[in-house]
Design a protein around this ligand. Structure first.
Ligand SMILES: C[S@@+](CC[C@H](N)C(=O)[O-])C[C@H]1O[C@@H](n2cnc3c(N)ncnc32)[C@H](O)[C@@H]1O
Length: 283
């Protein structure tokens, strides 16, 4: 079967039927959840501080749901309206924006404490049109440059993706570096055809979290040949979750957003039905 990104542009591929099918598939739910937990581990956020995260290519909110469970506030971006519709129907807690990340992100500098992206950036490797500024390098450059600016210093972004070759990994990492990021690639289960997962672990400044080095990939056990063993991580995450949930909530994000306003945020991105479901956007 062809890879989805080779079949059609994302907003076409993830139409109403596919968006629902994708979201209701229990195996997909499990795999995306596993990768989200691992991305959070690599993000290495301080355990007891409130944080606002960006979920790049949030889709129907499978990864965002875990961000909420873990006590994070989040903003999700996606180019497929049907995916965002499903996210709205599922009443996810993040604020949702309809946005092609290849056009760049329209957030003010330092808006986010970290970012994750699960199974998305391989889509940027396929040209949207034959126009030169729609080429993958141009789209990747706009994406990484504006992502770098949208993150606070220091912080991290962890982007899991599905490359088809080392050349693709090289292209992505070199453009991320030119945009100002440190960090590099983490490969989990490198010797397993099915469980192998590639994470681009990017640092702004020193990357925060006390570690300046790119974390090591996981080796060894797999559950069933395609899913990695993350149960221990989940238990640990659940423990830290209890702690996190006590320290913040909606009120915190409203206060933080109010603070941004007071600091003179001017550029409010275009409004859409996906923007600020419960409150007005301030980025
Ligand atoms: C495999 S889904 C993953 C969704 C979600 N991250 C998850 O883990 O369930 C890939 C998502 O990337 C989104 N996507 C692809 N290209 C994009 C782009 N240029 N801008 C924004 N979103 C994009 C698609 O619309 C789709 O929702």
């Amino acid at each position: 079967m062809s890879r989805p990104e080779l079949v059609a542009p994302p907003e076409i591929y993830y139409g109403d039927t596919e968006a629902t099918k994708y979201t209701n598939n229990t195996r997909i739910q499990q795999i995306q959840a596993d990768m989200t937990y691992r991305a959070l581990e690599l993000l290495n956020m301080p355990p007891d501080e409130p944080a606002l995260l960006l979920d790049i290519g949030c889709g129907s909110g499978l990864s965002g749901e875990i961000l909420s469970e873990e006590g994070y506030e989040w903003v999700g971006l996606d180019v497929a309206p049907s995916m965002l519709e499903v996210a709205l129907e599922r009443e996810v807690e993040g604020d949702l924006f309809l946005q092609d990340i290849g056009q760049g992100l329209g957030f003010r500098p330092g808006s986010f404490d970290g970012a994750i992206s699960i199974s998305v950036i391989q889509w940027l490797l396929n040209a949207e049109t034959s126009h030169p500024t729609s080429s993958p390098p141009h789209r990747l450059t706009r994406f990484f440059t504006t992502l770098h600016s949208a993150l606070r210093n220091p912080s991290r972004a962890v982007l899991q993706f599905y490359p088809t070759s080392d050349d693709q990994i090289q292209l992505i990492t070199s453009i991320a570096q030119k945009a100002g990021f440190g960090g590099g690639i983490v490969v989990d289960y490198p010797n397993s055809k099915k469980a192998r997962k590639v994470f681009l672990c990017l640092f702004v400044g020193g990357g925060g979290g006390g570690q300046q080095q790119v974390p090591k990939g996981l080796e060894g056990d797999e559950v069933d040949g395609s899913r990695a063993k993350f149960e221990g991580r989940r238990e640990r995450a659940a423990k830290s979750n209890k702690k996190r949930k006590e320290v913040k909530g909606k009120e915190w994000i409203l206060r933080k957003k109010e603070l941004y306003r007071q600091r003179g945020k001017e550029s409010v991105p275009r409004d859409s039905k996906f923007t600020g479901r419960k409150r007005k956007p301030v980025f």
